[in-house]
Design a binder for this molecule. Structure first.
Ligand code: HDD
Length: 738
């Protein structure tokens, strides 16, 4: 039995360490015996022998050769040589955290799942967010789908909700998954580009797969460049089933709704962050949890009774379709809170093994052909990645309930199974372990009636590829539409093969003619007129091209408000990062008034000055500097404030980096505030001339620029502006030279 070591929190409780108050839960306790802490311990080999010298190899004489006998060196080096495991074939780049889930009220009417019954029960979870295409070391800010995978350690075993931050997928059948990923990953001859879809093979594939059009709209939207993992929605994508105690089934779509709202960065900002801090999202998640700003999401469900399966214009089994919230509202049934960072990235975040097939009684699959294929892939991939069939024994993967079955042995087996029998039925082991009857919580699959021919085909109900792509596009605000057009122009602009670009224009034509025209113009192409030609997806198996011709129709809904990020939560500034640009001679009164007001609203504020250390205020007070203009950049912040003070303003006005900071913040549509006495700094920016002659209260909501004498008044206007997140209207008339 390994030594029982207390979890990190109880070893090093610190006064300001919010982690110390984390409730311990069944998963924390299950991890504790495997947790190592070197504090006040002596160094040993892996076999427990104390090490006297970790600096030198054993040698034949001071200047002689090293000896093979040196078991300490051999062990250390061998372990090092074997430290790496294959990265995930997709979603390699990720970041994770521990947390808890609580249901608001019993969901017994629709499901018997134990973790959805009792509002007093906290279910431990581990969540991993990820990008899809990039390698482990790639940037967080790539234009990409984000993975949103949640492992619930329930009292009935593990339930994994392995979702994304977009509610649909590129393809309808898992058969196409390797093709999709081969197309988006770096090209095979030169392994370029890293973590980017802007290249020929991706768009070649997409242009031949009209079923991907809806997902492409999401991918080209700002959803693909989130401000933070904490500000993303999550979706289970497929239609699943919920099963209640009477065996009744309801179809369900799972949603995660972030309490901070859904926010993104600008594309130029994303590219800039990728260079300056490729760990931007990882750092943001880590810092938020370390500082006690625990990220929260509500679990939402859209529930469709079994009898309504065929009520919709689309097929519930088609993963390229959403159920618009106007048709079936999202009911918020519980809350997820991430409250503890992992102790060790590799042991927890890297080794966690999700599987869409990990379900518990009360939840079941549907026949969505993408979901069905996923049911095979996830265990298969862990066998390679984690090295064998015992990956479920890795501490982070263990359920909090006991495991008893007749599976045995294999590489790295940890469990010491007692009993002479490892087969069932048996009499020598008393018949143990027993099968669990229904009343004992044994899992039984939903008894769906299937009466069908074996057939390698796709249902005709899957062939409307454009109506929801159009619904998504039409539901966007004007700036969001503009961003989609720009993203498509960027991505297709990187494509070398003219025929691929042309095929994509034909597809876009079916979404929105104006969008197709805008992109065609940017690419220097003709606006497509006839759009029927390139719609087949290769040669159909039965030789009948009819089977691959998309159905062109409209969605019964013109727009769906939930699809636009413009309608998201904008009522708070919690955890927003605010920069205060200051220099020696700053007016400490206004600096402190505004800083305190921002902190009181939950923002994170940093003072940035020409150099690190301290600045001296007008009244010779020392004000600590958090970052210098050299290490900070506007792209790390959501808003910027310039306090008054004649000398400070004069210094900043002549400091090119400070002016660039402001110009760039303006370019990226962020809230900017300045004390009236620091107006000369604003006047030194290129955008000053674009503003109305006197900046007033009225200018705040349209432009997000506040210039004000009274610090309290300024703080309140500035806070209102930051709540808006970004002032996208500023982008027109463009362009900004920052
Ligand atoms: Fe997948 C990982 C989400 C389709 C095969 N997938 C993976 C992860 C997420 C998703 C979030 C990372 C989990 C983690 O953090 O460890 N995948 C999705 C969603 C899909 C989807 C929402 C469509 C609705 N995936 C999909 C298909 C297949 C796979 C169709 C194959 C048939 N996915 C995998 C995989 C991965 C994976 C190869 C790589 C690493 C892993 O599983 O553990 O098995």
């Amino acid at each position: 039995m390994p030594k029982k070591i207390p979890a990190r929190d109880s070893i090093h409780p610190q006064p300001d360490d919010k982690r110390a108050v984390n409730p311990s839960n069944a998963k924390t306790e299950s991890l504790a015996p495997f947790t190592e802490d070197p504090t006040n311990e002596l160094m040993t080999t892996n076999h427990g022998v104390k090490i006297n010298d970790d600096q030198n190899t054993l040698k034949a004489g001071e200047r002689g050769p090293s000896l093979l006998e040196d078991f300490i060196f051999r062990e250390k080096m061998t372990h090092f040589d074997h430290e790496r495991i294959p990265e995930r074939i997709v979603h390699a780049r990720g970041s994770g955290a521990h947390g808890v889930f609580k249901v608001y009220e019993s969901q017994s009417a629709i499901t018997k799942a134990a973790f959805l019954q009792d509002p007093t029960v906290e279910t431990p979870v581990f969540v991993r967010f990820s990008t899809v295409a990039g390698s482990r070391g790639s940037t967080d800010l790539a234009r990409d789908v984000r993975g949103f995978a949640v492992k619930f350690y329930t009292t009935e075993g593990n339930f994994d909700l392995v979702g994304n931050n977009m509610p649909v997928f590129f393809i309808q059948d898992a058969m196409k998954f390797p093709d999709l990923i081969h197309a988006v990953k770096p090209e095979p001859d030169n392994e370029i580009p890293q973590a980017a879809s802007a290249h020929d093979t991706f768009w070649d594939f997409i242009s031949l797969m009209p079923e991907s059009t809806h997902m492409i709209m999401w991918l080209m939207s700002d959803r693909a460049i989130p401000r933070s993992y904490r500000m993303m929605e999550g979706f289970g994508v497929h239609t699943f089933r919920l099963i209640n105690a009477d065996g009744e089934s309801h179809f369900v779509k799972f949603h995660w709704k972030p309490l901070l709202g859904v926010h993104s960065v600008a594309w130029d900002e994303a590219q800039n962050i990728s260079g300056k801090d490729p760990d931007f999202h990882r750092r943001d998640l880590w810092n938020a949890i370390e500082s006690g700003n625990f990220p929260e999401w509500e679990l939402g469900v859209q529930v469709v009774p079994e009898a309504d399966e065929h009520k919709f214009e689309f097929d519930l089994l088609d993963p390229t379709k959403i159920i618009p919230e106007e048709l079936v509202p999202v009911q918020r049934i519980g809350k997820l809170t991430l409250n503890r960072n992992p102790d060790n990235f590799f042991a927890e975040t890297e080794q966690i093994a999700f599987h869409v097939g990990h379900i518990v009684p009360g939840i079941d699959f549907t026949n969505d052909p993408l979901l069905q294929g996923r049911l095979f892939s996830y265990t298969d991939t862990q066998l390679l990645r984690l090295g064998g069939p015992n990956f479920q024994e890795i501490p982070i993967n263990r359920p909090i309930v006991e495991v008893h079955n007749n599976q045995r042995d294999g590489h790295m087996r940890q469990t010491i199974n007692k009993s002479k029998t490892s087969y069932n039925p048996n009499s020598l082991g008393g018949g143990c372990p027993f099968q669990a009857g229904k009343l004992q919580g044994g899992f039984t699959s939903y008894t769906e009636r299937i009466d069908a021919h074996k057939i390698r085909e796709r249902s005709r109900s899957f062939f409307d590829h454009f109506s929801q792509a159009r619904l998504f596009f039409e539901s966007q605000s004007e700036p969001e539409k503009e961003h989609i057009a720009q993203a498509l122009s960027f991505e297709l602009g990187k494509v070398q093969t003219v025929a691929v670009r042309e095929r994509m224009l034909h597809i876009l034509f079916h979404v929105n003619k104006h969008l197709a025209a805008q992109v065609a113009y940017a690419l220097g192409h003709h606006i497509p007129k006839d759009s029927s030609a390139p719609m087949n997806q290769g040669v159909p198996a039965d030789g009948d091209p009819e089977h691959y011709v998309p159905i062109i129709k409209d969605s019964p809904l013109a727009v769906s408000a939930a699809l636009s990020m413009a309608n998201t939560v904008k009522d708070n500034i919690r955890t927003r990062q605010i920069a205060i640009l200051a220099a020696d001679g700053v007016d400490e009164q206004s600096l402190k008034t505004v800083k305190n007001a921002l902190i009181a609203e939950g923002a994170v504020v940093e003072v940035i000055a020409p150099r690190q250390g301290f600045i001296l205020s007008e009244n010779d007070e020392q004000i600590p500097v958090d970052k210098s203009l050299l290490t900070a950049a506007s792209v790390f912040y959501d808003a910027v404030y310039v306090p008054g003070g004649t000398n400070s303003a004069a210094t900043l006005e002549s400091e090119a980096e400070a002016i660039h900071f402001l110009n760039e913040a303006f370019k990226h549509c962020k809230a900017i505030a300045a004390d009236a006495s620091a107006i000369q700094v604003i006047e030194a920016t290129y955008f000053a001339k674009k503003l109305p002659p006197d900046f007033s209260r009225e200018s705040v909501l349209t432009e997000g620029i506040v210039v004000e004498k009274n610090a309290k008044q300024l703080a309140s206007l500035f806070i209102d502006a930051i709540k808006q997140h970004r002032f996208w209207e500023r982008e027109r008339p463009r362009k900004v030279p920052a």
